[in-house]
Design a protein around this ligand. Structure first.
Ligand code: FNR
Length: 370
């Protein structure tokens, strides 16, 4: 019988992922001054060493104030490149595609790592003494996410243009570090999504108001990156497919934007949701966001679609792709619980994939197994 889709290779431009089980970007709050450490090398390598088709390195700030916390990874200095290159080359040894998510936190910047949330009251604010940047928190409009976050300053046109430039420069650094894929973070209420959503963007200039104006910054970033990012390398966008709030960004907007992004040279939309408005009403449950990947797959022909969110079992994962609801899966927390999720899935589905050489004796069932 043919391999289920989940274990079929996927070609994008000049790159081939060996399977479609990919590691979702996850902030680890373990960087110093934006620099990666041995933690990142071991953390990202573990997934590559255990068969992940692609590993997406966590949200990495394109500007220092574009980090979420003082401990977030950065790609805003040339000096950040060698550490990242070491991680990429190690992942490449195991045949894994290496991606990095380029991010700007916008009005959700200068916070403390989420693991510390609750240990110091309910506030997420990170002060200057704690390494934060309260004075440099900005977004499309001066509206705070909630009262546990700083109130941002509305960006000037000059700041918008500098941030755009920073995304493009970061893509150049990502290329120098050897990454195969760049993903633009346009989700979860961070800067680029704040511009998309009418709930957070109240601007009256060319970056606010109409759909065309609210999508302008993301499109300028995508087009700008596509110009410097090598033609043979894939470009992804992660988006919040909906705000889950009446009057907010919708899946219909996402589909419209998807068509424009395809023209801008984006290869895949990674379909997440939410994170921009505390009124969000999310029907959480297994695979609750798969419907959005399905919409992109059906309504934006030529665009690849990634499903993410509460995909945790081998059968569920296999079926999303067998039922043609998405082209790839991004798995987050299940990979934290079980870095061997790819091997486990193969084992449970009875599929004989190639294991990393060093671990081969874990795979083989012989008369000497015990
Ligand atoms: C995340 N998530 C996330 N998303 C993103 O786009 N960039 C990021 O850096 C992070 N950081 C992050 C850290 C941690 C610890 C978690 C648990 C999550 C969201 C993540 O990629 C994923 O979309 C969600 O966790 C839903 O998928 P799972 O975990 O249900 O498979």
């Amino acid at each position: 019988s043919p391999l289920p889709k989940i274990f079929q290779p996927l070609e994008i431009r000049d790159y081939t992922a060996k399977n479609r089980i990919w590691v979702s970007p996850m902030c680890m709050y373990s960087a110093q001054d934006g620099f990666s450490t041995d933690f990142h090398l071991s953390h990202y390598s573990q997934f590559a060493m255990r068969g992940a088709g692609l590993v997406m390195v966590e949200a990495s700030g394109v500007q220092p104030e574009g980090r979420i916390t003082p401990n977030c990874l950065g790609i805003y200095k040339d000096e950040h490149v060698p550490g990242l290159r070491r991680i990429v080359s190690h992942m490449h040894k195991y045949g894994t595609i290496a991606g990095i998510q380029l991010a700007h936190s916008g009005r959700k910047g200068s916070t403390i790592p989420l693991q510390q949330y609750g240990t110091r009251g309910e506030s997420l604010k990170s002060s200057v003494k704690e390494g934060g940047w309260p004075e440099d928190v900005y977004g499309p409009s001066a509206i705070a996410y909630d009262n546990h976050h700083y109130t941002p300053k509305a960006m000037t046109l000059k700041q918008i243009s500098e941030t755009k430039r920073a995304f493009i420069d970061a893509a150049v650094r990502a290329d120098r570090a050897g990454f195969d894929v760049v993903e633009i973070h346009g989700a979860h209420g961070y800067l680029l999504f704040e511009f998309l959503s009418p709930l957070s963007n109240k601007r009256t200039d060319e970056y606010g108001g109409s759909f065309e104006n609210r999508t302008r910054l993301l499109l300028e970033v995508a087009r700008g990156i596509r110009q410097v990012w090598p033609h043979n390398k894939p470009l992804f966008v992660r988006i919040s497919s909906t705000d889950w709030v009446d009057g907010g960004w919708t899946i219909e907007d996402t589909v419209e934007l998807g068509k424009i992004l395809l023209n801008a040279g984006v290869d895949l939309i990674d379909c997440s949701s939410a994170g921009n408005d505390t009124r969000q009403n999310i029907p959480l449950g297994p695979g609750f966001q798969i419907q959005f990947a399905e919409r992109i797959r059906n309504e934006v022909p030529g665009m690849l679609s990634g499903a993410v969110g509460l995909i945790t079992t081998s059968v569920q994962a296999r079926d999303v792709l067998e039922e043609e609801k998405a082209d790839v899966l991004f798995i987050g927390r299940e990979f934290l619980r079980n870095p061997s999720f790819v091997y486990k899935t193969a084992h449970e589905l009875g599929i004989n994939i190639k294991w990393n050489n060093q671990y081969e004796r874990g795979r083989l069932k012989t008369k000497y197994s015990f």
